[in-house]
Write a protein that binds this ligand. Structure first.
Ligand SMILES: C[S@@+](CC[C@H](N)C(=O)[O-])C[C@H]1O[C@@H](n2cnc3c(N)ncnc32)[C@H](O)[C@@H]1O
Length: 288
């Protein structure tokens, strides 16, 4: 699946608008759990103290907020998202955290409102798959990064290797009557296979593509409802209309679905991410 159908794209956009307050609610806790993957992504973009970093499709602010400490007082992180409610949720988070070197604004990654060469690096975590045309989004990133600046993108690996997220999402989706169409699941993992994203980066005019896989295997104690953010952030449209009793039943259904992953008093789970980075050439063809 290379590009979205118009219907699914609209559904996805409406979903993120509606889910934004829940993304804001869970942002700090999830960022803490995902510190390792965030640092991996920022390292792939060669983010350094003093850097001007652009983060695309930032949602409630990752990896932009994590990058704040890395760029330091001399640097600046610009976090962007197409969803206005998502940018508002992020602005609230930034104000709460008191971060003065992270700013946010509404922006479509396929038509960035920035001048050529404005940034030292560009990141995008779990967002490129939602572009209407991902090569176009990468071309825009290539335009706004300085010559030799790196662009690093993190995407999901195959669904079968991502029990932490996709198993719970599937179970919740089934229990709640299928609010997320199959295309939504397919889109989330559409860059899962090795080489796909690197080839797109090359098509976008970037060079020196590098690819790495990140596999983590968390052991989570039984009794911790680690799927709670999934229910609220991914099934929002249905979740907000449920009674407390129905919400409890949804939790029980997802907990039941994780039983096959249980070994004694722990769930043995897996997450598989792919980080692909490439850089803008030192000189463009017209300069050479
Ligand atoms: C799965 S969330 C990822 C958010 C964040 N980067 C994270 O990892 O937590 C995907 C985000 O992409 C945003 N998005 C979708 N299409 C976009 C576009 N064309 N330009 C910018 N953001 C977009 C959505 O609004 C949503 O916030």
């Amino acid at each position: 699946m290379q590009n979205w159908s118009e219907d699914s794209l609209n559904l996805s956009r409406a979903h993120y608008d509606e889910a934004a307050s829940y993304w804001g609610k869970w942002a700090d806790q999830l960022a803490e759990q995902q510190i390792k993957v965030n640092l991996g992504l920022l390292a792939a973009a060669a983010v350094k103290p003093g850097a001007r970093l652009l983060d695309l499709a930032s949602g409630a602010g990752e990896p932009a907020v994590t990058a704040s400490a890395m760029v330091g007082a001399e640097g600046l992180v610009t976090a962007t998202d197409i969803s206005v409610p998502m940018v508002q949720a992020l602005a609230q988070r930034l104000a709460r955290l008191g971060l003065s070197n992270v700013t946010c604004r509404q922006a479509d990654m396929e038509a960035l409102p920035f001048a050529d060469g404005s940034f030292d690096a560009v990141t995008c975590r779990y967002g490129l798959m939602y572009a209407r045309d991902a090569v176009r989004a990468l071309s825009e990133a290539a335009r706004v990064v300085r010559p030799a600046g790196r662009i690093a993108v993190m995407v999901w690996g195959p669904e079968a290797n991502n029990s932490v997220v996709f198993h719970g999402m599937r179970a919740a989706n089934t229990f709640l009557g299928g609010p997320m169409p199959e295309e939504g699941f397919l889109a989330a993992t559409r860059f899962a296979e090795p080489g796909v994203l690197a080839a797109m980066m090359t098509s976008a005019g970037l060079v020196d593509a590098r690819e790495q896989e990140l596999i983590v295997e968390p052991r989570i104690k039984v009794g911790i409802p680690f799927w709670a953010p999934l229910l609220e952030m991914n099934a929002t449209e249905v979740w907000t209309g449920l009674t407390p009793d129905e919400q409890k039943k949804a939790h029980q259904a997802v907990a039941q679905a994780y039983e096959p992953f249980r070994d004694g008093d722990h769930y043995m789970l897996k997450s598989h991410m792919r980080i692909v980075s490439a850089k803008r050439p030192e000189t463009t063809a017209s300069q050479a």
